[in-house]
Design a protein around this ligand. Structure first.
Ligand SMILES: [Zn+2]
Ligand SMILES: [Zn+2]
Ligand SMILES: [Zn+2]
Length: 762
């Protein structure tokens, strides 16, 4: 018998295979199987040439799929037999192609198990090192200045590798091969601690030995948090404001100093077990909490025993929990072993702070101390937020761990398009030849700082992906900052073309984009407010839409928003306007309900005048505002200090035993009339609020019956209401549902929808 002849194959792999340690993984596999050849990145993903014995090649291919690196995702794998070249070894081919440059802008990742184990190992040279990292974990996007993703292009350029780190970095067989943020006690980033003495910030002296200094700073942080102080801690994408979640006075102090009266704070928990003491956690939620993305997960508070300070999430039944995701957080939580409030460090309406010096300046009066470090955050990135509905993950904020989010385009995009999104919960989206990239959450564009952050993100994305957009897409709203920015952009770049897309249509298109769907859908776009094609405020819209356009087949009966923007902060104003639509002034003044009681009679008379004349009382058909109105009439919420508070309070007040309810909405032609609902509430039938969500589900079902031929899209911030979406998922029409996968139902999805529209027009 003669020895088996060498066989050879060429393998092309598509998916998320660049910048995730895929080539060194292939190298190690080839070494183990005694295979010769090479691997390199190319435009589509990764290409391999392998040659060797048939059996080894087969094993190799099997292991390629089953043992792939944790961050990799294989979408396609094409194998072709080819000519053996008589190669003697296996090597990694490095290229400097344009394609290689613009891929691999990956999200930051949570600490991996291998690094966690090393961090806890007293014999390891990175024992207790707060910046331990490898190819599978640690910062990416947040430290990246420009592409390609190489150490000199990151904020790690400031640290020169020690010989031991360099050896690991250069060894293809090492799990830190080309791990750009690699470092150790010897050569890597270090902690520092800042305190106020006589109202001036001073750095605490540590020790010459960095490990000793680190222990001192962690001890000092622990001591202060235990003493009820507020400490700013630098994490992956920005600073958190941290305090003891068990300490009522500390949490209250944080609320007062941050001028944030009621909006719930997220908590960081030492462990899954600790999280399960505070909240009811099911299997899917457990999986999400422990996932490599490590988002904040919204969970049901456990009833009964009082476990954390009431001020953490006052008046609502949900609580946002996350597990530590950096080595630093892990070390700290191990010492403190108690739930910590960990909220983004910012002034209201401003983006999360990423620089210690700026933080000490801006939040000097909010924090008592700062645990800082010298690895610069180049791109700020908030924590992601998600919840489980049914057995689906619904993302509510797409940021650390998941964004920048790349979606594979269903066909080659002809030109570069930039979509600038909405004014609230802003994100931007960019099209490349073969993919669409959505930025991390930028936030509400209500301040100069937020607009700067927006502009910086656009610039960063243009640089990362090396494109200058020829087409730009924005909302129809003339006063959106993003619309103004887009118009200014086209003036500066006369060759560029602008598209404007109606807000609710964009909500629907975003869902279609995620499914690569172009045909007609029946869509329910329920949200707070968006600019309609008729110049009024929309938000309770039923559209028949495809990628070319839409028909508004039904909408909520319009009502006035008394005081314009003020109506958003005061649900009682919305409720009063609903009453004005149905009853006479005297009738209302004689009513005994929570809304009427929330005003003085003179105020009601005055508001009635502006309602009659339409003074500062724009017309809107917003479902989000109807929620507010219901919350007011039910006596659950008259003023709201943060967006969505009324919905959360309604949810906390009555989420059990809601029977399917019909008759609260009447559909009359293209008008969805809420009059029966409001009449019942006005007469003091407070239980009606319980049935409100069920009535909405019934409404969706009725409209769906009228248009039986199309998939049903549910989009807009209202569908973040877990009870509503859960009840829709339990209906027969659920099998027709098309829901978002990665993008939130809220305005964060608008940029993607806008982009999808423009791509279909080109
Ligand atoms: Zn790791
Ligand atoms: Zn080192
Ligand atoms: Zn919206």
């Amino acid at each position: 018998m003669s020895p088996e002849k060498s066989q050879a194959y060429s393998i092309s792999i598509g998916g998320l295979v660049q910048g995730v340690g895929f080539r060194p993984f292939v190298y190690r596999l080839a070494e183990e199987e005694g295979i010769r050849g090479w691997v390199r990145n190319d435009a589509e993903g990764v290409t391999l040439h392998i040659e060797g014995e048939q059996k080894a090649l087969r094993r190799f291919q099997k292991r390629l799929r089953s043992e792939k690196p944790p961050l990799a995702r294989i979408d396609s794998l094409l194998v072709k037999a080819c000519q053996a070249q008589g190669l003697q070894s296996f090597h990694i081919v490095h290229s400097e192609s344009r394609e290689e440059k613009r891929v691999a802008v990956l999200p930051d990742m949570s600490l991996c198990d291998a690094c966690l184990a090393e961090m806890h190992d007293p014999s390891n040279r990175r024992h207790h090192y707060p910046f331990i990292t490898c190819t599978d974990c640690g910062p990416r996007y947040s430290i990246l200045r420009t592409v390609p993703y190489d150490r000199p292009n990151t904020s790690m350029a400031a640290f020169e590798m020690c010989p031991a780190c360099r050896r690991e970095y250069e060894d293809p067989a090492d799990r830190r091969y080309h791990a750009q943020p690699i470092g150790c006690w010897e050569c890597g980033p270090r902690l520092s601690f800042w305190q106020k003495i006589d109202n001036r910030w001073q750095e605490l002296d540590g020790a010459d030995n960095p490990q000793t200094a680190s222990e001192i700073f962690l001890e000092e942080t622990t001591r202060r948090i235990e003493a009820g102080q507020i400490v700013a801690i630098k994490g992956l994408g920005g600073f958190h404001l941290v305090c003891d979640a068990l300490n009522e006075a500390a949490v209250q102090r944080l609320r007062e100093r941050k001028h944030r009266p009621a909006k719930p704070f997220a908590l960081m928990m030492a462990s899954l077990e600790a999280a399960e003491k505070l909240a009811a956690v099911n299997d899917r939620e457990r999986e999400l909490l422990c996932s490599k993305e490590r988002p904040i997960v919204l969970l049901d508070k456990k009833e009964g025993e009082k476990t954390v300070a009431e001020a953490v999430a006052p008046g609502i039944g949900r609580i946002g929990l996350m597990l530590p995701y950096t080595p630093l957080h892990t070390l700290l939580l191990e010492r403190l072993n108690r739930p910590l409030v960990a909220t983004s460090a910012n002034l209201s309406d401003e983006p999360i702070l990423r620089d210690g010096e700026v933080l000490r300046q801006k939040l000097g009066d909010v924090v008592d101390a700062v645990l800082d470090h010298d690895r610069e955050i180049v791109n700020a990135c908030d924590d992601s937020v998600a919840q489980i509905i049914g057995d689906r993950v619904q993302w509510l904020r797409v940021a650390r761990g998941i964004a920048p989010l790349s979606l594979t385009a269903d066909s080659k995009n002809a030109s570069a398009v930039l979509a600038v999104g909405a004014n609230q919960k802003n994100t931007v989206a960019l099209s490349l030849e073969d993919k669409i990239v959505v930025s991390p959450h930028i936030g509400d564009l209500n301040s100069i700082e937020a607009m700067e952050y927006f502009a910086r993100t656009v610039e960063t994305f243009r640089r990362f992906y090396d494109v200058s957009p020829e087409e730009i897409v924005c909302d129809l709203h003339p006063n959106y900052e993003t619309t103004k920015w887009a118009k200014a952009f086209t003036i500066q770049n006369p060759k560029s073309k602008i598209h404007q897309v109606q807000h609710h249509f964009a909500h629907v298109l975003a869902v279609m984009a995620e499914h690569g769907y172009r045909e007609k859908v029946l869509a329910f776009a329920f949200d707070g407010t968006g600019y309609g094609t008729d110049g009024t405020i929309w938000g309770g819209e039923v559209l028949l839409a495809d990628t070319q356009g839409f028909e508004r087949v039904a909408h909520l009966r319009p009502f006035r928003l008394l005081g314009g923007e003020k109506a958003i902060k005061e649900p009682r104003r919305v409720a009063l306007a609903l009453l004005f639509e149905l009853f006479g002034l005297d009738e209302i003044l004689a009513m005994e309900n929570p809304t009427v009681r929330a005003f003085k009679p003179a105020e009601i008379r005055l508001l009635h005048q502006s309602w009659e004349k339409g003074l500062n009382a724009p017309i809107g058909s917003s479902m989000g505002r109807l929620f507010d109105g219901v919350a007011s009439l039910a006596g659950v919420c008259q003023f709201q200090s943060y967006e969505g508070e009324s919905g959360l309070r309604l949810e906390a007040w009555g989420s059990d035993g809601v029977a399917a309810e019909s008759g609260f909405f009447e559909i009359d032609g293209d008008m969805i009339d809420w009059a029966p609902l409001v009449r019942a509430l006005a007469m003091g039938e407070r239980d009606t609020a319980h049935a409100f969500v069920a009535a909405l589900t019934d409404l969706v079902a009725k409209v769906a019956e009228r248009h039986p031929d199309f998939p049903i899209v549910l989009a807009g911030g209202v569908f973040q209401n877990r009870i509503l979406l859960e009840s829709c998922l339990a209906q027969p029409f659920a099998q027709r549902l098309m829901l978002s996968k990665f993008l939130p139902p809220n305005d964060a999805a608008i940029a993607l929808g806008q982009l999808y529209y423009a791509l279909q027009q080109i």
